[in-house]
Design a protein around this ligand. Structure first.
Ligand SMILES: [Zn+2]
Ligand SMILES: [Zn+2]
Length: 331
């Protein structure tokens, strides 16, 4: 099969032939049709996440069709469309797994990081961590829901039910999906983008944001919560200054540059800063049921497998509007 392979960190991916993976116990073999490109893929390729298996097939927003099912696996059949997200497996017995927090599992393994992922024509996945996908979305359009959507949704829930005015720092894949969920649930959105990023501001306004401005600007009203999607630690003190007393700042990325020191004043009055890590299968089930009710419509920029390095470069330099997706359906 053809695959895009990370041989060493800080090098471009190599698109080459490799052996089609063999089905193991508890697994399904999937012919991949689409795989979303996530900022986490960039952090892996750029060596900021330091423990990938090598060589590695990245990609953890995998959409495809089941072609083989291991003996004893229930819930999946040949020909069925499935999605494979970042959470690849958990131990099931650690204190986090047994308290509804499998996203924090002490020995969690992640797709496209510890396990080969979806920038390939085929992949295998532990069936217990794969999902049936809602109808009404094409393969290319459903792919970004599998990380931008799922982890974005987990971050959004951390804002709390009572949060009405929500700021987004960075308006890319996750934000453009969660903005639609926010509007559906009657929330107001305030979008902060890189200075001069007019296309992200336009997308935010088109998706119903009340306001769009540069990340250094103050919003017109104090916010109840802010989600920092961009991997820039300097945004955290800015977000703290944008939230009202009692407000929460949620850091949604897996990696972020250092947060500069800031005066206690801007944390005072019960403001909170917290992070969100990974996802649980319950997050996936909830969000994949909610997305078609909204209904979420993703904006995707499609690249062939040979264009994977261009997709990564464009994402790194902030030149993707919405989500980037690799199309594996064409030969
Ligand atoms: Zn565990
Ligand atoms: Zn991701």
């Amino acid at each position: 099969m053809r695959a895009a392979v990370l041989e060493n960190a800080r090098e471009p991916l190599t698109v080459r032939e490799m052996n089609t993976p063999l089905l193991g116990p508890e697994q399904i073999l999937v012919r991949v049709s689409a795989c979303g490109v996530c900022r986490t893929d960039l952090h892996i390729v750029d060596g900021e996440l330091t423990e990938p298996k090598l060589p590695l097939v990245p990609g953890h927003q995998v959409v495809g069709t089941v072609v083989e099912v291991a003996q004893g696996v229930s819930g999946f059949s040949v020909g069925q469309r499935v999605g494979i997200p970042w959470l690849g497996s958990t131990c099931g017995i650690c204190p986090f797994c047994t308290s509804g927090r499998e996203n924090l599992c002490l020995s969690g393994r992640f797709t496209g990081y510890h396990i080969d992922g979806g920038f390939a024509e085929f992949t295998v996945a532990d069936a217990r961590f794969a999902f049936s996908l809602p109808a009404g979305f094409s393969d290319l359009q459903v792919a970004p829901l599998l990380c931008g959507g799922l982890i974005g949704y987990r971050a959004y829930r951390m804002a709390g039910q009572g949060a009405r005015r929500i700021g987004f720092y960075g308006f890319g894949s996750a934000a453009h999906i969660i903005a639609q969920v926010c509007r559906y649930q009657g929330k107001e959105i305030y979008a902060f983008t890189r200075p001069g990023d007019q296309s992200a501001k336009e997308l935010a306004l088109r998706l119903g944001s009340s306001w769009a401005g540069d990340s250094g600007q103050k919003p017109p009203v104090p916010l109840d919560a802010a989600i920092v999607f961009a991997p820039d630690g300097a945004l955290v003190p800015l977000a703290l200054q944008a939230v009202d007393r009692g407000g929460t700042v949620i850091c949604a990325g897996i990696h972020m540059s250092d947060i500069p020191s800031f005066p206690y004043d801007i944390l005072w009055e019960e403001r909170t800063v917290r992070s969100v890590a990974n996802l649980t299968r319950t997050d996936a089930i909830e969000f994949l049921a909610l997305a078609p009710r909204v209904p979420v419509r993703t904006e995707v920029e499609v690249f062939p497998l040979d264009g994977v390095n261009e997709a990564l470069t464009r994402l790194r330099t902030g030149r993707i509007v919405g989500s980037a997706v690799i199309d594996l359906s064409c030969p």
